[in-house]
Design a protein around this ligand. Structure first.
Ligand SMILES: [Zn+2]
Length: 607
């Protein structure tokens, strides 16, 4: 029976990316600490791989992020460290940028909000647009203050039980259910400043009646890629009668609005970020010579957001309403990619409590691709995943060294031994050979889908990359039964050519996830670093020099890298240097015979 796939009207206006500027945002990190593996595995690796893949497909995509300096967490951290908030922000903002570089994540635009001279004026103008729309206006509502100091309590300064799900939460947003609160509605509120129960007061702040935007948000959610989890959150929120969201708060850290009646208050950092994204596009455009303006967003802009679930309310519900008010003629076309929390030994990673594995603890030029592969695999997509210390070492040892490197080295050794170190010309094809080639094609289309804009999933991409190696190692093992048998040598060289095709596919298709590994593997196969996404599985041109046998792709520190051997004078089957190298790499005795023996047979596991 034929199965028909039909598409609904949702997303019918979904333009292809090809001709549009694509701005891929990872949530600007808060500079109250360095980045840990939970952060890195979420928005930052996601946005980086997304952009690398799109560029290989010929799309003009940019990764835009920055430092979200005006978070209240920065004030709290500065107080703990005995510094001014600006110092704390500048310090961690620089640390964060350095950690991103160690992860090979180099955003095209990194806005530091407290250090950008044009930012304040642009933000104030955006806020004035909201006020001029008539929807954002001063409104008196209950608020909490510390009973002893009288200080205004919100966000990190207050905690209690979520009025919506009952779980313990901080002020303003619940990380468990994703719903906003207004602090005064917390059950059993506690102040971070004193032990006395907080006092409730009435306070006038600028406020947005978000409940009036249900239809606008729903229309927005039909336009782009909006995960069901975000639509469900919107349905929960808009079931409330009223949803008055204060958009200014009493604070000395942040940008005060120009409007009257907001004395001693600043524009709340979350609505601020809605402007920050547009400001980032303008700043990027200035450097690229493009006339993109924050006060005049364009219909052809494609925006893609990567963020953790606890930011869902802001990105996917609050900002579309703010854009509707500030730029009523703009219909923002936004795709959303949301990740859940990564747990560390059963508990949430936490910057403020320093329960984390920090990027700098584990990242270096020789580990970065293994870390990127590991985090792609472990990333919390659609469910929380747990990270145990030691798990990374297991994946490195058993998967990347024990399977990937072992197969590639063994393939290189066989090519050196039987084909003089050059890619063989395929001979006779068997049914299993064509089946293997088709299977590689299936892997390529699976990867194309899992790195693509609609089905993006690093979990699936990592699994498929590993699948290429598993397929190839299995194929190699089955075909090895006839190796060295004269009658079947034309079939054997086809099998070897196909294994090389698998290695070439791995080099090209691993490039977005593991750029250094991909470039080195491509180099070992006689090709430049992969720049284009492969359209099909192809054979390595016969005669190409193959330099796989001695490559250390994973797990080596710089001083453990083998010295480059002198270039072989002739294509001898197995040159003395290779013999010596095999012995030293595998720590074999000097008299151990290595000719005509596979690396596996020689105990390759010892690496
Ligand atoms: Zn909750």
């Amino acid at each position: 029976m034929e199965v028909r796939v039909t598409t609904s009207t949702d997303g019918a206006a979904r333009d292809r990316f090809d001709a549009r500027p694509v701005f891929v945002f990872s949530t600007p990190p808060t500079p109250n600490g360095d980045l840990h593996l939970g952060h890195l595995s979420g928005p930052y690796l996601g946005a980086d791989v997304f952009v690398r893949f799109q560029r290989m497909r010929g799309v003009t995509a940019w990764h835009v992020t920055g430092s979200d300096d005006y978070q209240s967490y920065v004030v709290e951290c500065a107080r703990r460290e005995g510094r001014e908030p600006a110092e704390t922000a500048a310090n961690y903002s620089a640390e964060i940028a350095a950690t991103l570089r160690l992860m090979d994540i180099e955003p095209d635009q990194y806005t530091v909000t407290d250090a950008d001279p044009a930012y304040r004026d642009g933000l104030r103008e955006f806020f004035s647009r909201l006020v001029r729309s008539g929807s954002v206006a001063p409104r008196e509502d209950p608020a909490l203050v510390d009973a002893a100091t009288g200080a205004y309590l919100y966000e990190v300064e207050v905690s209690g039980d979520c009025p919506h799900c009952g779980d313990p939460t901080g002020g303003n947003i619940c990380e468990e259910c994703g719903e906003p609160n207004v602090c005064a509605d917390l059950a059993e509120p506690r102040s971070a400043q004193s032990d006395a129960p907080p006092r409730q007061v009435n306070l006038t702040r600028h406020s947005l009646p978000l409940h009036e935007f249900r239809a606008d948000v729903a229309a927005h959610h039909r336009l782009g890629r909006v995960p069901a989890r975000l639509k469900e959150l919107a349905a929960r929120l808009f079931a409330r009668d009223r949803l008055d969201i204060p958009v200014t708060h009493p604070s000395t850290w942040g940008v005060p609005p120009l409007e009257q009646g907001a004395d001693g208050q600043v524009i709340w950092v979350w609505p601020e970020m809605a402007y920050g994204f547009l400001h980032g596009i303008e700043s990027l455009g200035r450097r690229l010579g493009r006339d993109w303006r924050a006060d005049s967003p364009q219909a052809d802009w494609k925006i893609v957001h990567f963020f953790g679930y606890d930011n869902s309310f802001y990105h996917a519900i609050l900002y579309p309403a703010l854009y509707r008010l500030a730029h009523p003629d703009w219909n923002p076309d936004i795709d959303y990619h949301v990740n859940e929390f990564l747990l560390l030994e059963g508990a949430k990673f936490s910057t403020s409590r320093r329960h984390a594995i920090w990027g700098k603890e584990i990242l270096g030029p020789h580990s970065v691709d293994a870390v990127r592969f590991f985090l792609s695999r472990a990333r919390s997509e659609g469910r929380r995943t747990n990270f145990e210390r030691g798990e990374y070492d297991t994946v490195l040892k058993e998967t990347l060294i024990g399977a990937w490197q072992r197969w590639l080295n063994d393939l290189g050794a066989r090519i050196a031994e039987r084909h003089g170190g050059a890619a063989p010309e395929p001979g006779v094809w068997t049914p299993e050979h064509t089946a293997f080639l088709r299977r590689l094609g299936t892997r390529l289309s699976a990867l194309t889908d899992s790195l693509g804009a609609d089905g993006f999933s690093l979990n699936q991409a990592a699994e498929t990359l590993d699948g290429i190696v598993q397929d190839a190692a299995r194929f190699s093992s089955l075909e090895s039964a006839v190796k060295g048998i004269e009658d079947w040598k034309d079939q054997t060289r086809t099998a070897t050519a196909l294994e090389l095709a698998a290695a070439q596919l791995l080099a090209r298709s691993a490039a977005p996830v593991m750029p250094r590994f991909a470039a080195r593997l491509a180099g070992a196969l006689g090709a430049p670093p992969p720049a284009d996404w492969p359209q099909a599985v192809t054979l390595v041109p016969p005669g190409t020099r193959i330099d796989l046998a001695r490559q250390v792709f994973f797990g080596a520190e710089p001083d453990e890298q083998p010295q480059a051997p002198p270039a072989p004078a002739a294509a001898a089957p197995l040159l003395p240097w290779l013999r010596g190298l095999v012995r030293s790499t595998l720590q074999l005795a000097d008299d151990e015979p290595v000719d005509h023996r596979g690396l596996v047979e020689l105990g390759m596991e010892s690496l």
